[in-house]
Design a protein around this ligand. Structure first.
Ligand SMILES: Nc1ncnc2c1ncn2[C@@H]1O[C@H](COP(=O)(O)OP(=O)(O)OP(=O)(O)O)[C@@H](O)[C@H]1O
Ligand SMILES: [Mg+2]
Length: 245
């Protein structure tokens, strides 16, 4: 497919990609290279101008929008929470879920642990846009929503904001839990989180430059290897800096 926001600046030209059911894919690459655009196209926030996107071999413009909404889950970089309780915020994933189902979903992604430590537990009011919770906690709530909604296709935009190491560990584990048994596409910013996905696509100016699992791409010693090593060195340097401070 081909796609441009503005005709003079194509983002994708004859882009081709096939994702198998149940496969997990990670998109990595420099800023402005088309990761979010690809995700926006898959969600049908935009449609390609040429070629097509097919889901189960059907051109997705032929599917009702409602079908896409009920089969596709999208976890945003900073999940949108609304003023209300933890219970209400998780239930947003499936409005007819019982309290017990909500709590079970929270247990599955291990959000239950931090919720039990909140003053009113599941009745705790998260504040305007969830500002009384940390970014990591908001993400765990977003994952619990996904478990409730149970979409066949899950798109996940990893948070760029730093979260504390302990929550990060939980978020990473929860990510693997929610990805299992469904097709997943992750826009990854921290490369350490995607070592276990089936396939990593390194995008560059709207094209797939490198493709393979973490092990293969490290062996290639190409751009992915460089990105990974740079990030790794940066993390080590930050740790050293924090130790000294
Ligand atoms: N809404 C928009 N209108 C016009 N151009 C856009 C729009 N969104 C993105 N672009 C352009 O499309 C190209 C791809 O951007 P995209 O947001 O997909 O990059 P990205 O890989 O997600 O980058 P980042 O890592 O910074 O999130 C860029 O040249 C960008 O300037
Ligand atoms: Mg982006």
């Amino acid at each position: 497919m081909s796609f441009a926001y503005k005709e003079s600046h194509p983002v994708f030209t004859g882009f081709n990609l096939e994702i198998a059911p149940g496969e997990s894919i990670a998109l990595v690459g420099e800023t402005g290279t088309g990761k979010t655009s690809l995700v926006n196209l898959i969600c049908r926030f935009y449609e390609p101008q040429k070629g097509q996107i097919e889901i189960d071999d059907i051109d997705y413009t032929k599917l009702p929008l409602k079908w896409i909404h009920s089969n596709l889950g999208y976890v945003q970089q900073v999940p949108h929470l609304f003023q209300g309780s933890v219970m209400e915020n998780i239930r947003y994933g499936r409005l007819d879920a019982s309290d017990e189902e909500v709590m079970e979903a929270a247990r599955v992604v291990r959000a239950d642990e931090f919720i039990q430590n909140l003053p009113d537990k599941y009745d705790y009011k998260v504040g305007e846009a969830g500002n009384l919770l940390s970014t990591g906690q908001k993400q765990l709530i977003a994952f619990a929503r996904v478990v409730l909604a149970d979409p066949a296709l899950l798109i996940l935009d990893e948070a760029t904001a730093s979260i504390d190491t302990e929550t990060e560990q939980l978020v990473q584990e929860a990510m693997h839990v929610v990805l299992s048994g469904r097709t997943g596409i992750i826009v990854a910013h921290r490369l350490s989180t995607i070592r276990q996905v089936d396939r990593i696509l390194l995008l560059h100016k709207g094209e797939i430059l490198e493709m393979g699992n973490h092990h293969d791409l490290m062996h290639q010693k190409g751009r992915y290897y460089q990105l990974y090593m740079n990030q790794f060195m940066q993390e080590v340097a930050e740790e050293e800096f924090q130790k000294e401070a």
